[in-house]
Design a protein around this ligand. Structure first.
Ligand code: GLP
Length: 242
């Protein structure tokens, strides 16, 4: 595992965007895994810039998002599909149908939402590069502490901590969904390479536990220690306890 530390958040955004941009041009039909949250917003803005300047194209790229709130259709203000459209998909030349976000709304059964998504990823040959953020309790995707490492795409009940953390995007905590569909740790570890972006002092302690402590299901991000191709992009505040 490699750790790259940057002076500022903007430094992390630029480095992560440069890295992703270089990787997705590596081969035809590149498959990219994507996160939501405040952390990757800056990286997405920089990727959009590159496309606007004609330096980068998403044509031929397929993307798979990590997670989505259960029951969301995708157009709700806090839906991860909507977030992705607002921050990336609507501003780049990605082809219609080439981006995927888990969906368990309407008549979609849990099985379709989970195994169906997993099969779709497998059908594209698996994910070449997964970009991750990390939650305040060390979760990745929506794999909360204690989630067995062996799970693929699954439905999860969200912890109070995660609902509190994410309540800043909602009118009140009561509006935060209680469940989500997420790629599991097995799905994440199956990706051929990974980067995880972490910013801010609030995540410093848990980042140190994840990277230097034991690999444990209590801190889901600690599993990255076992991945042969993982790079951490952190600002110096997030890295301050390393
Ligand atoms: C949510 C997402 C995660 C994300 C985390 C951190 O829980 N499911 O994929 O990494 O939030 O969010 P932020 O980057 O806003 O701290």
């Amino acid at each position: 595992m490699e750790i790259r530390i940057f002076e500022t958040e903007a430094g992390v955004d630029k480095a992560a965007a440069d890295y992703v941009a270089a990787r997705i041009t590596e081969k035809k039909g590149f498959v990219l895994g994507l996160p939501t949250g405040g952390t990757p917003e800056g990286m997405y803005a920089k990727l959009v810039d590159k496309v606007n300047k004609g330096e980068l194209s998403f044509k031929g790229i397929t993307t798979f998002n990590l997670d989505e709130y259960a029951g969301y259709k995708g157009d709700e203000p806090q839906a991860y599909l909507r977030f992705m459209k607002e921050h990336l998909f609507d501003h780049v030349d990605i082809e219609e149908g080439a981006y995927n976000v888990p969906n368990m709304s309407g008549d979609t059964t849990e099985k379709e939402a989970t195994y169906g998504y997993e099969n779709k990823i497998a059908g594209k040959g698996g994910i070449d590069l997964m970009v991750l953020g990390m939650g305040g309790n060390g979760h990745i995707g929506f794999n909360e502490p204690g989630t067995p490492f062996g799970l693929g795409v699954h439905r999860v009940e969200l912890t109070e901590k995660t609902r509190q953390d994410n309540s800043r995007f909602f009118a009140s905590i009561d509006d935060v969904p209680t469940a989500a569909i997420t790629m599991g740790i097995r799905s994440i570890m199956n990706c051929r390479s990974l980067i995880m972006i972490v910013k801010g002092s609030a995540k410093a302690k848990v980042l140190a536990q994840a990277l230097s402590g034991p690999v444990t299901e209590d801190i889901p991000a600690s599993v990255l220690q076992l991945h042969p191709q993982a790079i951490i992009f952190a600002d110096k505040e997030a890295a301050s306890c390393l």
